[in-house]
Design a protein around this ligand. Structure first.
Ligand code: 5GP
Ligand code: ZN
Length: 114
């Protein structure tokens, strides 16, 4: 998707602080971190939002969630705790329309979210 920020990071056209890459996924540090650990996990393939997922994406979503757990473990957050978030559309505050799984940890996170 030519005008998509995260497609540009996947393509290497915009720099990102990459923490993981594989055949299907890229994970990089959020530019405006909200916790000591704040990583975004994105599929290499452009998918605009959670509403655009189909059954054919079940494996991909599973890989994203399991990668989140792996990244949290690598950063020492597996036992202390961490949060994963998919924001979808305006009321959730989605600003980049290429699905991304936030992984937040390294501090106490309040609930419910604002
Ligand atoms: P959303 O609000 O769509 O769920 O999350 C988008 C996230 O992307 C935000 O947390 C924001 O800080 C992050 N972000 C926006 N632009 C960039 C960028 O150019 N590079 C990186 N690494 N993160 C970005
Ligand atoms: Zn994209």
């Amino acid at each position: 998707m030519p005008d998509c920020l995260f497609c540009k990071i996947v393509a290497g056209d915009i720099p990102g602080s990459i923490v993981h890459r594989d055949e299907h996924l890229l994970a990089f540090k959020d530019i405006n971190p909200q916790a000591p650990l704040h990583v975004l996990i994105v599929p290499r393939r452009h998918i605009a939002s959670l509403n655009d997922l189909g059954p054919e994406d079940d494996d991909l979503v599973g890989e994203m969630v399991r990668r989140a757990a792996a990244i949290a473990r690598e950063h020492g957050c597996a036992d202390s705790g961490y949060r994963t978030v998919f924001n979808c559309n305006a009321d959730a505050g989605q600003t980049v329309f290429h699905i991304h799984l936030h992984v937040l940890g390294g501090r106490r996170l309040s609930w419910p979210p604002g």
